[in-house]
Write a protein that binds this ligand. Structure first.
Ligand code: IVH
Length: 703
C-alpha cells in the first residue's frame, strides 16, 4: 500500500480490507449492473489482487460478501434443500400469442375487481419474461447469505456458492436496507456469453477433454451452471441476473421500505444495486399491454438475451392483495408468450443445394414443424464442417430454430439412447448433385463449390434469376418456375438466349397462355433499357453486390473501362479491396463472360455511360521514399506520416524502384546503396519542398 492511494500508509489490514471490499463492490456495480465503469479494468484488477493478497495473509479478514469469493472454489457433495419462507409462485401462462392474449388478461382482472367498462383503465407493469431460472436471494443485514433455486416453489436448493460468482448479483447492499430482504429474479446467460462458452467447450472437446459437452441453448447452460457442485466451474460459465420481485422482507427500524406499487418496488431494487431490465414499463390499460407485447416482439431478436414472452403485473400492491391467488398462481399477473423459436422435429433427408456461384449447401429436409411463427420444412446446415460438427444424420430428432427473418437452422441433435442405430455421418458428395461436375473445396474455405459454372443447370437457373430480378435488369414475370422450364427444356443456356426466345417458343411452355407469353416478351423488351450499375450487378460477379456495382459505375463511367481495368485501377475504387478486385478481373478475363456481355449488347441491352470520375490523386501518389538517418526538425515517424498523407509509399529498404532516399545525419548503408543505384538523395528540406510543391500543385489543379 502506498501513499498514492490517498490512504494512511499504515491503515490496519482490517480497515483496508473493508475499504477494498467497498471499492470493489462499488466498481463492480458500475461495471456489471450500470454498464458505466469509472475506472479501467486494470485498476479494478489491481484492487482485486490487493484484497486477495490481504485475505491470504489474514484469513480471518475473509468475509462471505468479499468480492474475491466470486471466483468460486467451494466444492459441495450435495446441494442442500432450502425451505422458502415465502413460497415461490409460478405464473399463469397465456398461450394465446396474439394480442387477444393481453386483452383476455385485462378482462379477467377487471371482472375480478368488479370494474365496469366506464371505470378507469387498470395500471400495469409490463416486464420481460426471461428465459432462465427463478432465483431467491436472501440478504441479512445487507449481506448475501443465501441463494436458492425455486425447486417446487416450497423447497429449493442452496446454490449460494455459485450465485456468488455472478457478477451482477450484489454481495452486499447499501446501508438502510431491511434487515431481512429476499429478492426474487431470474438468473440467465446472455447470448454472447453462451456463444463464447460453447466456443471454449468445442476447443476443449477438440483438445481431447473428457466429459465436456456443448450446450443446447443459454437456458440449458445457465441451469447447468447454477447447479454445479464446484463453484469454480460455475464461475467460468458467465451468468447474469435480473430482479423482478420480493420474497420475505422484515421492516427496518425506520419502518421498512416505502412503496405502494410494484413499479416503485422495482425502482427501489434498482437503487439498491440490483439489475432491473430497462424495458420494464408502466402500461395503463389493455391497449398499452398489446403495444408492449408487439414492441418487444419486434425487438426480441436484438435483445442480448433470450425471452419467451412478456409478463404483465397489476401495479398497485393494494389491488394485488385484493386479487389474491388461485392455487399457486397470482390473479394479478400473467405471462404472455411469443411463438417458440425452437422446436423439435425429425430429419427426413439431407439434400445438397447448389447456389448461384456454385456453393453447395447441405440442407436438412424436415418433418413439417411450426416454429417462429411459420411452418418449416427445410433448415440449413451451412456447410460440411457444420453438418459434421453438429453430427446431423437422417432419421435424427433435432432442435430447429427460426428467429426473426433468419433462415431456419438446425441447432443440435437430440441424441438417441445409446445403442440406437443411426444413419451414416454426412459427407459432401465429390461431384455436383445437379450437373455432375467435380465439387471442390479450396484451401482455407469452408464451402464446397460446383466447378460446372454456367454448364451447371442449377447455377444457370440461379444466374438467370439473379439477372432478371427487380434490383438488376428486372424482367417482370420471370420467376423460378418459368426459369426451371426454360433451362430444363434446353431453351436457355446463356443470358443472351433469354432475348432470343420467340413468342412461338414461349407460348409452347406449360401453363403459358398467349397473353402471358406476350407479357413476358414485353417485359424482356423493357429490361433492355437499363443502367450500368443494374447491368453490372446482374452479371453476378462474385463479391459485386449492388453497392459495389454502383461504385464501379461511378468511378469508371463505362463498362469497357471496367472490363479492361487492371487490378490496381480497380483497387482505387471506393471499398474495393484485393478480393473484390481479383474477382472482377477473373470474371472479365474469361472469354465466355466477355462473349455474354457482347451478345447482350448485340441483343439491344443498353444504358447511359459517362466519363470516369475525376481522379483526386494525391500529390506524391505512386512515389516511393526511403528514410535514413536523423532529420533536423522532424522525427522519422512524423516524416513518414507526412509523406503517406501526400500519397507516397515509405519503404524500408532501397531498390531500383525507390524514387527518393531522404538522408539525415548519420545516414548509413541505405545512403550508400542509393548512391550505388543512382537513386535521387535529398535532405529534409528537399522533402519538405516536395511536399509543399505537391500540395500547391494540387491546389492549382483544383482551381
Ligand atoms: S414473476 C408472482 N416476472 O417465469 C409471480 N417471473 O412461472 C412470480 N419469469 O419460474 C414470478 N421472467 O422464473 C416473474 N418478469 C418476470 C419473469 C418471471 C421470467 C419466470 C420465473 C418463473 C416463471 C413463472
Amino acid at each position: 500500500m502506498t501513499a498514492q492511494d490517498g490512504l494512511p500508509l499504515f491503515s490496519a489490514p482490517v480497515d483496508r480490507a473493508a475499504e477494498l471490499r467497498a471499492l470493489l463492490h462499488h466498481h463492480a456495480h458500475r461495471y456489471y449492473t450500470l454498464d458505466d465503469p469509472e475506472i479501467p479494468d486494470a485498476e479494478y484488477d489491481r484492487l482485486f489482487r490487493e484484497l486477495q493478497t490481504l485475505e491470504a495473509q489474514h484469513p480471518e479478514l475473509l468475509t462471505p460478501d468479499s468480492p474475491t469469493q466470486r471466483v468460486g472454489g467451494r466444492v459441495l457433495d450435495t446441494l442442500e434443500p432450502v425451505r422458502h419462507r415465502v413460497p415461490m409462485l409460478s405464473i399463469n401462462t397465456e398461450t394465446d400469442t396474439e394480442p387477444s392474449g393481453a386483452l383476455k388478461f385485462d378482462t379477467r382482472v377487471r371482472r375480478a375487481l368488479g370494474l365496469s367498462d366506464t371505470d378507469a383503465p387498470v395500471e400495469y407493469v409490463a416486464e420481460l419474461k426471461f428465459d432462465g431460472l427463478a432465483m431467491s436471494l436472501r440478504y441479512e443485514d445487507g449481506v448475501l447469505v443465501l441463494a436458492a433455486t425455486r425447486g417446487d416453489g416450497e423447497v429449493g436448493e442452496d446454490v449460494t456458492h455459485n450465485l456468488r460468482t455472478v457478477k451482477s448479483v450484489p454481495l452486499r447492499l447499501p446501508a438502510g436496507v431491511p434487515p431481512v430482504l429476499e429478492v426474487r429474479g431470474e438468473v440467465y446467460m446472455r447470448r454472447d456469453d453462451f456463444e463464447a462458452l460453447n466456443e471454449r467447450q468445442r476447443a476443449r472437446i477438440a483438445a481431447g477433454a473428457k466429459g465436456e459437452k456443448t450446450f443446447v441453448n443459454p437456458r440449458n447452460a445457465a441451469a447447468g451452471a447454477v447447479r454445479q457442485h464446484d463453484s469454480a466451474i460455475a464461475a467460468q460459465r458467465p451468468l447474469s441476473f435480473f430482479a423482478y420481485g420480493l420474497g420475505e422482507v422484515t421492516p427496518s427500524a425506520q419502518g421498512g421500505p416505502q412503496f405502494t406499487t410494484h413499479f416503485d418496488m422495482l425502482m427501489q431494487l434498482k437503487a439498491w444495486g440490483f439489475p432491473v431490465a430497462e424495458q420494464t414499463a408502466l402500461a395503463v390499460g389493455a391497449d398499452a399491454l398489446v403495444a408492449f407485447h408487439q414492441r418487444i416482439g419486434q425487438a426480441r431478436d436484438q435483445l442480448p438475451f433470450d425471452i419467451d414472452g412478456v409478463v404483465y403485473k397489476v401495479n398497485s400492491l393494494a389491488l394485488q392483495k385484493t386479487l389474491g391467488f388461485v392455487t399457486r398462481e397470482p390473479r394479478w399477473a400473467v405471462a404472455h408468450k411469443y411463438p417458440a423459436q425452437e422446436q423439435m422435429t425429425q430429419v427426413l433427408a439431407i439434400d445438397v443445394q447448389v447456389g448461384r456461384t456454385g456453393k453447395l449447401t447441405p440442407v436438412a429436409k424436415l418433418a413439417p414443424v411450426f416454429v417462429g411463427g411459420v411452418t418449416v420444412t427445410n433448415a440449413t446446415l451451412h456447410n460440411e464442417d457444420e453438418a459434421r460438427r453438429k453430427d446431423v444424420r437422417v432419421g435424427d430428432t433435432v432442435v430447429v430454430r427460426r428467429a426473426g427473418d433468419v433462415i431456419p437452422e438446425v441447432v443440435s441433435v437430440v441424441l438417441p439412447q445409446q445403442g440406437t442405430e443411426r444413419g451414416p455421418m454426412f459427407i459432401m458428395p465429390a461431384s455436383c448433385p445437379v450437373c455432375g461436375s467435380a465439387a471442390v473445396r479450396e484451401d482455407g474455405e469452408a464451402d464446397h463449390r460446383c466447378t460446372g459454372g454456367l454448364f451447371c443447370g442449377a447455377q444457370r437457373k440461379q444466374a438467370i434469376l439473379h439477372f432478371a430480378q427487380r434490383r438488376a435488369v428486372e424482367v417482370e414475370g420471370l420467376g423460378d418456375k418459368l426459369v426451371e422450364q426454360l433451362v430444363d427444356g434446353g431453351l436457355v443456356k446463356t443470358l443472351p438466349d433469354l432475348y432470343r426466345l420467340g413468342f412461338a417458343a414461349l407460348s409452347q411452355l406449360d401453363r403459358m397462355a398467349d397473353k402471358s407469353a406476350q407479357n413476358l416478351m414485353a417485359a424482356l423488351e423493357r429490361s433492355k433499357q437499363t443502367t450500368l450499375p443494374r447491368f453490372l450487378f446482374g452479371l453476378g460477379i462474385r463479391h459485386v453486390g449492388e453497392a459495389t456495382a454502383k461504385d464501379l459505375a461511378r468511378h469508371f463511367g463505362s463498362l469497357d473501362r471496367i472490363m479492361d481495368a487492371a487490378q490496381d485501377q480497380l483497387l482505387a475504387v471506393n471499398d474495393v479491396g484485393p478480393v473484390v478486385a481479383q474477382s472482377i478481373r477473373t470474371f472479365f478475363d474469361q472469354p465466355h463472360n466477355r462473349e455474354v456481355v457482347e451478345q447482350l449488347r448485340a441483343c439491344g441491352l443498353h444504358w447511359e455511360e459517362g466519363a470516369p470520375a475525376p481522379v483526386t490523386s494525391l500529390p506524391l501518389a505512386g512515389r516511393t521514399f526511403v528514410l535514413t538517418g536523423t532529420f533536423p526538425t522532424l522525427s522519422r515517424d512524423q516524416a513518414k506520416e507526412r509523406l503517406e498523407a501526400a500519397g507516397a509509399k515509405v519503404a524500408g529498404s532501397v531498390s531500383k524502384k525507390t524514387d527518393y532516399v531522404v538522408a539525415g545525419a548519420d545516414a548509413g548503408s541505405k545512403l550508400e546503396k542509393a548512391q550505388a543505384l543512382g537513386v535521387t538523395v535529398i535532405d529534409e528540406a528537399g522533402m519538405l519542398g516536395l511536399l509543399a510543391d505537391g500540395l500547391s500543385a494540387t491546389g492549382a489543379a483544383s482551381t
